[in-house]
Design a binder for this molecule. Structure first.
Ligand code: NAP
Length: 488
């Protein structure tokens, strides 16, 4: 561990103590907390009738209902005595996309056969900035998934304090097992429709599941060709053509910075902790790297075929192998077990492995209530979501009721979109910041998000709910901007 890291770390500890003091002394603080009632009957009824309307208007969209419900449970009590938000129906408007674009994506595979996929872009909310959110290429993609992701993105982007609205898009195309040539043809066809709905000032997509550096390159190339413009219309670009340093690392690093903040709250740190990670894609890879750097012992990774359990811990050399396996060879995670002689457990998630910290970094609803109970039974004290909505609502309830440090994705994985926001700034300025500059800004943003969660997350019983803190902290900025802009 470098001395520079220690200097940064100590500076941020001081910074956080200062912010905690400011929060404590703030005159708004008690007023805001007083305004959040216990889960009384009236609140429950309001949430239920709100959700009935959401479900009626969006039939069959279960993931979307789940995401909205989680937010409504904390926002409806918060706004119960704030008539300005109620009269303007701010929450109802936030839950209705500003625009949804659905389109056909025809392309030709290596056998010369025509294939047809469906493309989407959900432009959810532009109150505080251009629509911003990733593109997901996965066979499970449908409108419900993308609406849940776009909805969550509104709050996440607001928490970063950067000027970014919420959006999400993608396709049911599965890049797995496809040649580079097929992926390129698909990306070109996808962008041939999407390009007319996006621009660097109105909607700036990035990557997500199945969309990494390769796909962003093909998408950017096609946009440039169609528009004859070199602009920052996508983030996550390669460093040689306008990408920001640290963007690939940002989501994973940000998760670990957030975990460190949560542990610091309890006068603890990640050093020496035993960590279980799911997934082995972009977020999992850089979460792993930062955990190794900060002295934690990571013992698992997974993909949709199962998980590897490396009792000795994954070190820097093994990390380099994973990067090659997943990003170049595009292989399966069981190859790691063959190479390093450890266990591969097919068809299962890693939550049965005892740990101090669990980091679900693969996909939505991958951690059930039974997994949550097992994690707690085995000594887990902290769970932070690198993925979006990986824990089921019942699992979250178990974590919060057992005083586990639990960070929702909106807060914990906001580092990726934050550095995307910084990439947009660099593109507009036509210059690039150094790794150190971007990493410092990322750390500051994650610390500020953590402070926002503390500020708004106090429960009547004195405990902190990061769910409540992230939802309310994200909501206020968007809601105030919507009020200021009138009925649009
Ligand atoms: P990625 O690079 O495509 O990796 C996804 C990983 O999750 C892969 O290991 C994949 O395994 C696994 N996975 C996907 N679907 C699965 C399923 N149904 N069951 C089990 N494993 C599954 O994607 P990523 O960018 O790391 O994204 C992971 C999560 O982080 C997503 O929830 C995403 O929305 C969220 N996120 C990403 C970013 C970002 O900057 N990339 C930012 C914020 C949040 P297979 O290869 O076997 O499918």
């Amino acid at each position: 561990m470098t001395s520079r890291w220690w200097v940064c770390h100590m500076r941020y500890l001081l910074h956080c103590s200062f912010l905690a003091l400011i929060n404590y002394l703030s005159p708004n603080y008690d007023q805001r907390i007083d305004s959040i009632p216990n889960n009384n009957h009236q609140t429950l009824t309001s949430v239920q009738s709100f959700m009935t309307r959401i479900i009626d208007r969006n039939p069959g969209e279960n993931e979307f209902h789940q995401a909205v419900h989680e937010v409504a449970e904390t926002i409806i009590p918060f706004i119960h005595n704030k008539p300005q938000y109620q009269k303007a129906k701010i929450l109802e408007r936030i839950a209705e996309p500003e625009r949804v674009i659905i389109f056909r994506v025809p392309w030709m595979n290596d056998q010369g056969e025509v294939e047809i996929n469906r493309g989407y872009r959900v432009q959810m909310n532009s109150a505080i900035g251009p629509y911003k959110g990733g593109l997901r290429f996965h066979p499970s993609v449908n409108l419900s998934t993308l609406k849940f992701l776009a909805f969550e993105q509104i709050f996440k982007n607001s928490l970063t304090q950067l000027p970014m609205g919420g959006g999400k898009g993608g396709s049911d195309f599965d890049p797995k097992g496809r040649s580079d040539r097929e992926v390129m043809f698909f990306c070109q066809s996808f962008m041939t429709e999407l390009f007319r709905h996006i621009s660097s000032d109105n909607d700036v997509p990035a990557g997500d599941i199945g969309v990494g550096a390769r796909e962003i390159g093909f998408l950017f190339g096609q946009y440039k060709r169609l528009k004859n413009e070199f602009t920052g219309v996508l983030t996550g670009k390669g460093a040689s053509y306008g990408g920001s340093l640290i963007r690939p690392e940002a989501t994973g690093y940000g998760v670990v910075y957030f975990v460190e903040q949560m542990l610091n709250q309890r006068r603890d740190s990640i050093k020496g902790k035993r960590v279980v990670i799911s997934g082995s894609g972009n977020v999992a890879q850089y979460t792993l790297e930062k955990c190794i750097e900060l002295g934690a012992k990571v013992v698992t990774l997974s993909d949709s075929s199962g998980y590897i359990y490396d009792e000795k811990g994954i070190d820097a050399e093994k990390f380099a192998y994973i990067m090659h396996l997943k990003n170049e060879a595009r292989g399966r995670i069981n190859a790691y077990a063959d190479k390093f002689g450890c266990e591969f457990i097919p068809g299962k998630s890693p939550w049965e492995v005892p740990c101090d910290i669990a980091l679900p970094n693969a996909t939505q609803n991958e951690l059930s209530v039974d997994d949550a109970r097992l994690l707690i039974k085995n000594g887990c004290m902290c769970v932070a979501e690198g993925a979006n909505m990986p824990c089921t609502p019942e699992a979250i309830e178990v974590f919060e009721n057992n005083d586990i440090l639990y960070a929702p994705g909106k807060a914990a994985n906001a580092g990726g979109v934050a550095v995307s926001g910084l990439e947009m700034s660099q593109n507009s300025l036509r210059l690039s910041w150094s790794r150190e500059e971007v990493d410092k800004k990322l750390q500051e943003i994650m610390f500020n998000i953590h402070s926002t969660c503390l500020r708004y997350g106090h429960k009547p019983d004195g405990r902190i709910s990061y769910v409540q803190g992230a939802n309310i902290g994200g909501f206020v900025r968007v809601a105030d901007a919507m009020l200021a802009q009138g009925l649009v």
